[in-house]
Design a protein around this ligand. Structure first.
Ligand code: CDP
Ligand code: CDP
Length: 234
């Protein structure tokens, strides 16, 4: 049995996690949200009172934290050291600090090791910033999702409003732009399209349209490359 690995990268609000989850469901693959892992480390650092500048302590924290994903009722929950942190890792405080924490080499080394382990024995859809370029450079399918900054900010503002949080759209746009800039310019594994990734600009596309495009790309890959091999779940 061969494992299909689908790597989805792109900037904040491009639709990666929403779409990756649905693609995984359709193809019977496991969804791995690598951003949630960086967020979990950030949450723990804040909770432990460690400033983002203390690289040594944060690296130690990343090497001892236990992160797991559990699916129930169509929802994926994220646990850090046994605590359900699904909601807490989306807080403005975590979002504001995560790009600093994720630029620390020791943090990346540890999380990338865990991510590669997760994809070793099963088919996955993994989303993040460096999946196609660094974590799984030989993934069978690579997608780079993008959308205009204005569209991504609009989506995030609407998402918060649906949760009853009234956020200033201008502040959201600035915060996304700041995070994109930090994620794309850091030294280690910056946000970048892999040379062999397919770009999908999701501005003006609905979620089902994006999901269908990716599922079709996966089926095309299998149709072209299956040489008597069975892909799991597909
Ligand atoms: O969902 P959203 O696009 O807001 O962000 P996320 O996927 O939850 O990722 C949060 C942050 O983690 C990003 O802004 C990056 O700083 C970092 N990250 C990373 O460095 N590498 C990854 N593979 C995934 C996320
Ligand atoms: O993971 P990432 O930050 O790339 O984006 P997301 O959290 O999956 O999507 C951000 C928001 O945009 C969600 O509320 C989605 O429902 C919405 N979205 C959309 O409106 N149209 C799309 N084609 C994709 C996502």
């Amino acid at each position: 049995m061969t494992h299909l690995r689908v790597a989805i990268d792109g900037p904040a609000g491009a639709g990666k996690s929403t779409v990756a989850k649905k693609v995984a469901e359709k193809l019977g693959l496991i969804y791995i949200d690598t951003g949630a892992m960086y967020r979990a480390v950030t949450w723990k650092a804040i909770k432990s009172g460690i400033p983002p500048t203390d690289e040594k302590k944060i690296t130690q924290l990343a090497s001892s934290i236990h992160i797991s994903f559990q699916s129930s009722d169509n929802q994926q929950k994220v646990y850090a050291d046994g605590v359900d942190v699904t909601e807490q890792i989306r807080s403005a405080e975590v979002t504001g600090n995560v790009s600093k924490i994720s630029a620390i080499p020791g943090v990346r080394a540890r999380l990338v090791e865990l991510q590669r382990e997760m994809a070793q024995t099963r088919g996955v859809v993994m989303d993040g910033r460096d999946i196609g370029t660094f974590v799984l450079p030989d993934a069978e399918v690579k997608i780079f999702l993008t959308a205009s900054l204005e569209e991504r900010a609009r989506r995030r503002t609407e998402e918060l409003s649906n949760k009853g949080i009234q956020a200033d759209p201008v502040e959201i746009l600035k915060s996304i732009a700041r995070r994109d800039e930090m994620d794309s310019t850091r030294d280690l594994a910056p946000l970048k399209k892999a040379d062999d990734a397919r770009i999908i600009d999701t501005t003006g596309l609905s979620i089902p349209e994006v999901v269908d495009r990716i599922v079709t790309i996966c089926h095309d890959y299998i149709g072209t490359n299956r040489r008597g091999e069975e892909y799991n779940g597909v």
